[in-house]
Write a protein that binds this ligand. Structure first.
Ligand SMILES: Cc1ncc(COP(=O)(O)O)c(C=O)c1O
Length: 391
């Protein structure tokens, strides 16, 4: 025992989590500000927190609950949110666990699946660690980063056996790109015609800018994933949910097997907080999100030394996506240099399948801190462009 050879290839062959590497980097740098992690700076609604404070002594809080989630929360989610009329809900310990549930329920080891670059690194890892290692990564439009529907149609037609599942994040992580409704519908139609699942991660459904409105698609080949983490500032409470088609025979039963063996149920107190947060209404969330517009402007200004064409996304979510100047293919090296030389941290694009790029998050800092971070970032990029990575 104790030998590396005794560890599962499933785990060994999975990428290292980029956030863990970035946290290590941050620990090693004095006075570092982070535009790296995908978080928001706010806490859950005060009223909702006060209500759960009273609930802690209630015996049911300390017991297991129904695997699928608190009935009153599930009902509220179907009634109030997203107008998904043909779906059932399973509450999970966050959207990441929701995704793992879905992969374990829909995919067998050896199946092929489809994602689009730049992709969400945790989804990629979820495939890898469940043996779904034939991951076909499709291109985005060079200007908009929208998934290339023509490529998808060709790939689903020509790949045998047909890929099992296509997944998109809307609006996107790491790019913040929003897939407009007609394109999302087209992707859905292509999947349906090919007999392939479509999994849409709607973690940032309320994070939409410039008058855009988030829309979900629903059908018997579609599974939608949602999260309370960002919208209600509930990252540490771990609540998300799956909305899956009610009419598909056996799906609920198979999902339950997975759920019963991972969390059994999402934390009960957290589900109560989610329910009370929902009672505040989605307006509460959009009010918080409005404040991020200023942060996004600050980041856009910090990215200006890279040139206008280098910057993409930011239509939704909490991210902008930027191409580094030619010659900087090793984006992790640039990220380390920015941290050590300029005291600001980003996420390297290689973790999303796109070396030579970086992801910048504008959700985690209040405006004053964001200003500090973006001033450093702008100085860093000016130096990178004019002088290179001077030590
Ligand atoms: C697209 C996407 N999905 C899922 C998650 C994970 O969310 P949760 O905290 O609900 O697990 C994140 C978090 O960054 C995300 O960006």
């Amino acid at each position: 025992m104790g030998s590396y050879g005794m560890l599962a290839r499933r785990a060994l062959l999975t990428e290292n989590p980029v956030m863990v590497q970035i946290q290590e980097l941050i620990r090693g740098v004095k006075d570092c500000v982070s535009l790296a992690q995908g978080v928001v700076y706010w806490q859950p609604p005060k009223k909702a927190l006060e209500k759960v404070q009273e609930l802690v002594w209630e015996p049911s809080i300390s017991r297991y609950g129904a695997d699928e989630g608190l009935p009153e929360l599930r009902e509220a989610l179907l009634r109030d949110e997203n107008k998904l009329h043909k779906s059932s809900v399973m509450v999970t310990a966050g959207a990441n666990q929701a995704f793992v549930n879905i992969v374990l329920t829909l995919c067998d080891a050896g199946d092929s699946v489809v994602m689009f670059a730049p992709y969400y690194f945790n989804s990629y890892m979820s495939f890898q660690m469940t043996g779904v290692t034939n991951i076909l990564v499709g291109p985005g439009d060079p200007k908009t980063l929208h998934p290339d529907a023509e490529w998808l149609e060709r790939t689903l037609r020509d790949t045998k056996p047909t890929p099992k599942l296509v997944t998109v994040v809307n609006p996107g992580n790491p790019s913040g790109t929003y897939i407009p409704q007609p394109l999302l519908q087209r992707i859905s139609d292509i999947c349906k015609n090919a007999g392939c699942w479509l999994v849409v991660d709607n973690t940032y459904e309320y994070f939409m800018y410039d008058g855009r409105k988030h829309v979900c698609v629903e059908d018997n080949h579609i599974v939608n994933i949602f999260s309370f983490s960002k919208a209600y500032g509930m990252m540490g409470w771990r609540v998300g949910y799956i909305a899956y088609p009610s009419e598909v025979e056996g799906l609920a039963a198979q999902l339950l097997k997975v759920q019963d063996n991972i969390p059994i149920c999402a934390s009960i107190i957290s589900q109560h907080l989610a329910l009370h947060s929902l009672e505040m209404g989605s307006n509460w969330v959009t009010e918080q999100v409005k404040d991020l517009i200023k942060n996004r402007e600050l980041v856009l200004d910090a990215l200006s030394p890279l040139g206008k064409d280098a910057v993409k996304g930011g239509e939704g979510a909490i991210y902008l996506w930027a191409k580094l100047p030619d010659g900087y293919h090793d984006d992790f090296e640039v990220v380390r240099w920015l941290a050590r030389k300029h005291g600001v941290v980003l996420i390297p694009g290689c973790s999303s399948g796109c070396p030579g790029h970086v992801r910048i998050s504008f959700g985690g800092l209040v405006e004053d801190q964001c200003r500090v971070a973006t001033e450093r970032l702008k100085r860093g990029f000016e130096q990178l462009v004019n002088e290179g990575m001077v030590p």
